[in-house]
Design a protein. Structure first.
Lengths: 607, 661
């Protein structure tokens, strides 16, 4: 056929030629100028042919592009942007419920006014500084109860369901001697283990000194001879500063940084470092530490993080900073400015744990036993005082305690190389310091006093290490941190994906992003409804899915199918062919126009 | 009689008491270190470090350890490892010169690169998953590419030839893995003293990597998960075996003609360092100097010939005093008690307990007279080579040559009274070497022998393309008087997909070492037992019975390597051909032959391209070219048009660069 085709066209031309050359009229023949005129209609055959080829190419082009398209799962970019902007702009504010109880205030009955007064005090406190993520903001309700011998008045607000039963404190006279007992009694009365209502009870007694005590659960009490105005001020402060903000002051670790891995796991890795085993070798009874002291904490923190504990003993691990002998202290001193160099990452093989697979967070807790030539070793604070705990923390990394063995204080001469055990009293002390460090790492206060503007409150310490209201604070912060993290991770994912237009995106990533967004939305919804536990769970899920999508193996691998590659493969065929086709179309079109003009000119002449 | 009974009773009681004591001792973590030095016949010195950590089972001892490495403990628990051995080796053990019969060579001579095998305590269907996870974990732990053993084409499951009575075993090797300090550092990290104190402080990196052979090994045995058996917890043995060439100490002795003067050496000349005391955490840290049986007998005969005169007062010490001296006197001298006429090896023990920084331990070994001897060899010497040429097919041949000493096989006389020798061959071949197992031929003393007579047992699992490697296990029963055995197997070379070629494909592909095992010939040191001897783990290890092993060479098979730019070339040339065809077809379709000829006649030049086209067409048709007489005006118009076009194209290119560049 290709052989025949040109001949056919030639034939057509020839067959038309005689008609042109055939003179119909001699008069017209003189006017006929073959350069500008023609007698026959120009043929459309070639034009049609080239156009057909051209159009078919144009039609086929989308199919080709479709066939060489790389697979990119559709990602909901708008939703991601929405989430990240929402997380940046609107801080996550949880609805909180408070309850104020005034006991033995006979002279007041104006419950509603009292409620408004407390409310206004709290508003003032919250507006002092911008609300942090994971707090209540102005999204709270206050219920007030006045419980006196004569009357029992309630002011309901919002959906506070549990009421204070009047008269339960009558005859309870252990108010001052046994805080713990009173705490437990209040807990049983208020059922504050299960109800998420923060209660402050003001008990008007004859005592002059006013005591403010925050219990282990979700309540506090003020006892003493106190006026209503003072009580209201103190109450508002406890509500906002302690129950909502977790007793945090400015300068402590921001609650947004939670040392929890993306999969919700934390590994507490305890290491005992004998810096020079030639001097002495110490061992600890870690089993005791683990079972008696750490197990309750692990249990208590379960809603926030899944914690596992491991331990090791390392030897030949000198610190890498310097210390100097101080005669007045009778010890070697290292100061706070040496702390960044204390951890000797070359020789401290603390190791990431094999057990902590995936993206769990490892928190190192190091007990450093100095060698004889730097013993006793003490930490000097910036105010030139010696640190009580002799330890420090490094946020998101862990904590270090320097423990001076008794041998070095007693100017001990090395007589045997046997293994010494750290005594269980020392171990208890060490574990308490570790506990304080853990609390600090989670962004809580490590001492049991809260000094506020209006009151100094005593925080009762729980044997679990964390009080209920502290766990609430942690859980709120954790939810907030997870959602923030989820938002930023998804945001960077979408930016990355959009900046690499030829990167393959697997379906799985699309699914993970979708589920992560769904979980984040669910979590946000639960927050606004006040279901904090459910929102914590779904926020953790959202973050884990977002991280899964971002660190998906197919994203990490070289799956970038570059445009250059595509061009190099297809251009040898399509570049010359498309040139041919285009030129042919242009030529034919031009020619047709010229010939048609000629024909028209002839026609005009004819008429 | 009564007295005898009471004595017996007492003995039984004592025994049980002793065992209680022993159990008590078992219940604590233990760590020990030892170094064994042995002069080799070819003027080299073998240094064998042995570190062993023992931990009682978790059930009784809990999961907190003060010596045992945390990472290994977690590894065992996470992947339920029952036994595992990982070795990193550089260089090949010279079986012919350094010996192939003693426990050290059969246990510590390893194939080049990485070898890993493990048995798991998991159900059958989970073994592969555990193996994959283990390879990844080890890869991270030892900074090596052990994770390449994850793919099912890289590991296999030997049934009986690699290790008798082992279920759920997986075995894999990486012959090309380079071994260097980055693998040694994590290995040292598992030791409580690392290389800060004790014997490991000797490991000066330049010295040990300069050696002729370097093999670092990690062997882990755990029966944590056996609930029934009296569990002994975990034992982690780490060994480093190096063969070093001592820098000759400046001794005044000149070698006598004919015999080779052995070089004298010291720890500082071998390693460039001295030992400053033991690791305080180790229960025992000893240095041993071992003299091979042949060397001992050689030295004895030399001294006997020299001291013909007074044979009577030849005390045991005299011969050794005459031949060599050591700078420190040995704490103990351990003699091997073995058979009747057989010579036994000799171990000198040095304890590091009394040495410190101020008084470092630097053992010096000085030869007093030239001596030559040879090491004990395995009953058959194995080597493996490739036959055939070209890129299509070839054959693997494994040759076993008798060393001419049939003494080893004496014990393995079967019921019919014929002396025979069993040899197990274990060979893994990658899938792209397609072995035809039916072509297995056995030549005994260069004569073809029928397989049924020689082969006792075989197990073949053929390779599956891109899925699993081929595995062949053959148990041979050979007559003792055989001189040479050759096994040949033919294979075809497969083709790989372009993605499957490694970065340096032209180098060729490795076939991992075959393992020749003599299961009936066990080797161990028969040391004279006294109570203190069994305390040292290296000695108890040397006294353990193990079959004699021989790893053959790694074979390099060149496969057809494609030109990796070929796909692009093919694409380009095909596309060009298609484009030419298409273009000419299109041109032919819209050609007007008549008109063109008419136009040519009227000498109307239609631009430069037209001229060229007409030129070409006339050329093609074989007609003489009629020169077009283009007017000057048209030519200027043409050049103007041309410039316009060039500008247009340049503009498009610039726009392209701007928008897509």
């Amino acid at each position: 056929m290709p052989e025949g085709a040109p001949q056919d066209s030639a034939m057509a031309e020839i067959s038309e030629a005689p008609t042109t050359s055939d003179p119909p009229n001699t008069k017209l023949e003189e006017d006929f100028d073959p350069k500008t005129m023609r007698k026959t209609k120009p043929g459309l055959k070639r034009l049609f042919l080239t156009l057909t080829v051209f159009i078919s190419f144009v039609i086929a082009l989308p199919f080709l592009l479709k066939s060489i398209e790389i697979y990119r799962a559709p990602l909901p970019f708008e939703d991601i942007d929405l989430l990240s902007t929402e997380m940046e702009k609107n801080l996550l504010l949880f609805p909180c419920q408070f309850q104020a109880v005034f006991v033995n205030f006979d002279d007041i009955t104006a419950v509603n006014e009292l409620g408004l007064l407390i409310n206004s005090h709290m508003q003032k406190l919250t507006s002092e500084n911008t609300p942090a993520c994971g707090t209540c903001g102005n999204n709270f309700t206050v219920a007030v109860t006045i419980d006196s011998n004569s009357n029992c008045i309630h002011r309901e607000s919002g959906s506070v369901n549990g009421k204070w039963q009047c008269g339960v404190l009558n005859g309870f006279d252990k108010l001052n001697d046994h805080d713990e007992a009173f705490d437990e009694y209040l807990a049983s009365v208020l059922d504050s283990k299960n109800r998420k209502v923060y209660t402050v009870v003001v008990v008007n007694t004859k005592q002059e000194d006013v005591r403010v005590i925050v219990g282990k659960h979700r309540h506090a009490w003020i006892a003493g001879k106190v006026s209503v105005e003072k009580a209201v001020e103190k109450m508002a402060e406890i509500f906002i500063k302690v129950f909502v903000n977790g007793g945090n002051e400015e300068g402590s670790i921001r609650g947004e940084f939670m040392p929890v891995g993306a999969d919700g796991k934390v590994v507490l890795s305890f290491s005992l470092l004998n810096s020079d085993p030639h001097d002495w070798v110490y061992d600890w009874d870690f089993k005791e530490l683990d079972e008696i002291l750490l197990a309750p904490v692990v249990d208590a923190l379960k809603p926030v993080a899944d914690i596992s504990v491991e331990s090791q003993v390392l030897y030949h691990t000198p610190k890498s900073s310097y210390s100097y002998w101080d005669d007045t202290q009778g010890s070697y001193i290292f100061s706070t400015k040496d702390l960044p160099f204390f951890v000797n990452s070359n020789e401290w093989h603390l190791d990431t744990s094999t057990a902590a697979g995936g993206r769990s967070k490892v928190l190192h807790f190091v007990l450093y036993v100095p060698s004889a030539k730097e013993c006793p070793l003490k930490l000097q604070l910036p105010n030139r005082e010696i640190s009580m705990t002799n330890g420090f923390i490094s946020p998101m990394w862990g904590g270090i305690i320097v423990w001076n063995p008794p041998a070095c204080v007693e100017n001990f001469q090395m007589q045997d190389l046997s293994r010494h055990k750290i005594s269980s009293e020392d171990l208890k002390m060490i574990s308490e310091v570790f506990m304080g460090q853990l609390r600090q790492l989670f962004g809580l206060k490590s001492d049991s006093l809260y000094v506020g503007r209006f009151a100094t409150s005593v925080l009762l310490t729980s044997e679990k290490g964390f009080a209920e209201w502290e766990l609430d604070v942690l859980s709120r912060h954790h939810t907030c941190f997870n959602l923030l993290q989820c938002g930023t991770t998804l945001g960077s994912l979408s930016r990355l994906v959009q900046s690499l237009p030829r990167m393959i995106i697997m379906d799985e990533i699309g699914k993970q992003v979708k589920y992560s967004l769904e979980a984040a939305k669910l979590s946000l919804g639960n927050v606004s409804l006040g279901y904090s536990d459910a929102s914590a769970v779904s926020s953790r899920k959202a973050r884990a899915l977002a991280e899964d999508a971002f660190y998906h193996p197919s994203m990490m691998s070289v799956s970038y199918y570059s445009f250059e590659h595509c061009f190099a493969v297809y251009s040898p065929f399509f570049l010359p062919v498309s040139l041919h086709v285009l030129l042919a179309v242009i030529r034919e079109w031009k020619r047709y126009k010229v010939e048609n003009r000629k024909y028209l000119a002839w026609k005009v002449k004819l008429e | 009689m009564v007295r005898l009974r009471s004595i017996l009773l007492f003995l039984v009681l004592f025994e049980s008491f002793g065992s209680i004591i022993a159990e008590e001792e078992e219940q604590i973590e233990q760590f020990s270190e030892a170094l064994l030095l042995r002069p080799l016949p070819d003027r080299k010195v073998l240094a064998h470090f042995h570190f062993e950590s023992k931990v009682p089972p978790t059930r009784t001892h809990g999961s907190h350890h003060h010596l045992f490495p945390k990472s290994i403990y977690q590894l065992v628990h996470k992947f339920r490892v029952r036994e595992m051995e990982l070795s990193f080796t550089q260089g090949r053990w010279n079986y012919g010169r350094w010996g192939g019969y003693d426990p050290i060579s059969s246990r510590n001579a390893k194939p080049p690169g990485v070898e890993l095998w493990a048995t798991f305590d998991v159900p059958q269907h989970q073994v592969d998953t555990s193996w994959r996870n283990l390879t990844h974990a080890l890869s991270g732990l030892f900074c090596a590419s052990i994770n390449f053993l994850e793919s099912s084409t890289a590991y296999s499951a030997p049934l009986w030839s690699f290790k008798s009575f082992a279920a759920n075993i997986r075995y894999g090797t990486l012959p090309r893995e380079a071994v260097c300090t980055e693998n040694l550092t994590p290995w040292l990290k598992l030791l409580p003293c690392r290389d800060k104190a004790g014997l490991s402080a000797l490991m000066d990196r330049p010295s040990i990597y300069r050696g002729f052979y370097h093999s670092q090994r990690l062997h882990l045995v755990s029966n944590e998960f056996d609930l029934a058996a009296a569990s002994s917890g975990m034992v982690l043995a780490q060994t480093l075996t190096v063969v070093l060439q001592p820098v000759t100490l400046g001794s005044g002795m000149t070698s006598s003609v004919g015999s080779i003067q052995q070089p004298s050496w010291s720890l500082s000349s071998l390693f460039g360092r001295k030992v400053s005391g033991s690791c305080v955490l180790s229960n025992a840290s000893n240095v041993y100097v071992q003299l091979e049986p042949n060397l001992v007998s050689e030295l004895k005969t030399i001294s006997e010939t020299q001291q013909q005169s007074d044979i009577e007062n030849l005390i045991s010490q005299a011969w050794s005093d005459m031949s060599f001296e050591m700078s420190h006197s040995a704490v103990r001298e351990i003699k091997e008690v073995y058979g009747f006429q057989k010579e036994s090896s000799l171990l000198y023990e040095f304890s590091l307990a009394n040495f410190s920084d101020s008084r470092p331990f630097d053992l010096e070994f000085r030869w007093k007279r030239p001596v030559t001897w040879s090491s004990q060899l395995a009953p058959l010497q194995a080597s493996r080579f490739l036959m055939g040429s070209g890129n299509e097919r070839g054959a693997i041949a494994i040759s076993l040559k008798s060393v001419g000493r049939s003494g080893y096989a004496k014990s393995s006389v079967n019921e019919e009274g014929r002396c025979s020798l069993r040899v197990d061959v274990f060979q893994v071949v990658p899938w792209y070497v397609k072995v035809y197992y039916h072509t297995l031929k056995v030549f005994l003393d260069e004569r073809l022998h029928s397989l049924a007579d020689v082969i006792e047992r075989t197990n073949v699992s053929p390779s599956e393309d891109k899925v699993s490697p081929g595995l062949i296990e053959i148990a041979l029963r050979l007559p003792c008087d055989v001189h040479s055995v050759i096994l040949t197997l033919e294979f075809d070379k497969g083709f790989l997909h372009i993605d499957e070629y490694p970065p340096d494909a032209n180098q060729g592909f490795d076939i991992p070492s075959a393992l020749i095992r003599f299961p009936e010939i066990k080797t161990k040191m028969h040391l004279f037992e006294d109570k203190s001897a069994c305390k040292s783990p290296i000695l108890s290890k040397l006294q353990e019975e193990s079959p004699v092993l021989w790893y053959t060479e790694v074979l390099l098979v060149p496969l057809t390597t494609p030109d990796f730019s070929m796909p692009y070339n093919v694409i380009t040339i095909t596309c060009t051909v298609f484009a030419l065809y298409f273009g000419s077809l299109l041109n032919a379709l819209r050609r007007r032959v008549e008109e063109e000829e008419r136009l040519l006649k009227t000498t109307k030049a239609s631009g430069l391209i037209g001229v060229l086209l007409s030129k070409l067409s006339t050329k093609l048709r074989g007609k003489p070219l009629e020169p077009p007489s283009s007017s000057s005006s048209s030519s200027s118009k043409v050049s103007y048009k041309l410039i316009l076009r060039v500008i247009l194209v340049a503009g498009i290119a610039a726009a392209w660069q701007y928008f897509f560049g």
